[in-house]
Design a protein around this ligand. Sequence first.
Ligand code: HEM
Length: 444
Amino acid sequence: MFRARRDAPSAAAFTEAALQRLVTVYIVTGLVFLLLPGTFLGVWNLISISSRHTLGQLPPAWIQAHGHAQLFGWLGTFIIGIGFYSLSKMGATRPVAVRAGWTAWVLWSGGAALRWAANVSGWEWRTLLPLSAGLQLAGFLIFFATVSRHKRSGQAAVRVEPWMKLVIAATVSFLLALLANVGLAVHASLLGEGPAIGHELDQRFLFLSAWGFPVLAVWGFNARWAPVFLGLKEPRSGGLMSALVLECGGLAAALLGQFVWAAVLLLAAAPVAAAALRMGERAWKPAKTQGVSATFPYFVRGAYLWLGVAAVLGVWAALADAHGGLWGASRHALTVGFLATMVFAIGQRVLPAFCGMRVLYSKGLMLASLAVLNTGCLLRVAAEIPAYEWDTLAAWKLLPVSAVTELTAVTLFAVNLLVTLWLPPPRPAVTVGWRPQASGAPAA
Ligand code: HEM
């Protein structure tokens, strides 16, 4: 009798397991957006641009379809999924959170998919553009309300640590980006001649959606976990808050159309954040690399070099871009070099545990995905400026190579995670009663 009661899964355990299934679906959805609407279309675009030797002839709606799929379809879906997972660590998880998670998933991923389809096909875009933006906003608001309500009911007053402030800032800038997205979609639908957002407005929007929530989320996540995973000392709070203020100043300047000021402020923010996180300092205890490639700390630290490159190129672009090459190089140093490297490194470290205490399928694939991604990004950033800006023939020939290299890296990353999620999790050696499999932080 007693034993039966101990072995029966509790309602809370069922809810936690359901949250893990939910997060797994968010991660798989993000990977699908990354692979096809995101990277495959990006490669197609780059090959078309390289064959015509100009960016100008490619439909802006296709470029924006790619950018939106990567920033919102991939990174946004990962962030929301991980946000829902964090509920399982706040205790007292309620089934309502799981239902909210599924509703948010339907609205969010449906909205992102509709946006991509409207941009690429041009079908009924005057209706689909605002509809997709509204669905994405509705999905995000459900997520936002669930996470904040859960915190209020589940916890007494908690000191708001610097990493939490960064995560809150990331969430607010995510919301602002989605509100701006609704405004831009309605504007294009009423006044535009096609599904693309006008160039000037799109530039401002891109600052908010590339330098805003994804960068702040990475800094917040790094501030929380770098001491654990990389063995670094605790981050400097003052430095983190200075980086946050500079970053917000840069985003505000960009929204006002002051791109030089924006770029200068973002250039100031990047090294301040890296120094505050101690990315250039020696580790004071061993990094936790069990189950993943031992090179993982180098890629996390190296990503901050890409952040610096993106910021320097951003200033150059704001001062001198003539054909989109400097902006493109800066943007991809940020999105591929910094953000994708970070997600490939940390994602393969933590997501298997978040999705049901699994073990990463292959350390070798992890290293290959990171090494190939960084090689592709180097080729891309180095070739884009001479090709687009100075029409250098050798650089035009290199760009398709960089595209296929990056596609290879993305495929290796996606395959490694998908196989990890497909295989059953290893059984625990001893089972006493029933325990949720991944309720805590990922083990060493
Ligand atoms: C992996 C291989 C990738 C390829 C081949 C690629 C290709 C391209 C191309 C050709 C453009 C048009 C402008 C330009 O030439 O610079 C572009 C724009 C863009 N890409 Fe990528 N990209 C890749 C990865 C990514 C990733 C990982 C992200 C974000 C996480 C991203 C975000 C963007 C954004 C935001 C734009 C601007 C969209 C706009 O103008 O509205 N790209 N990309």
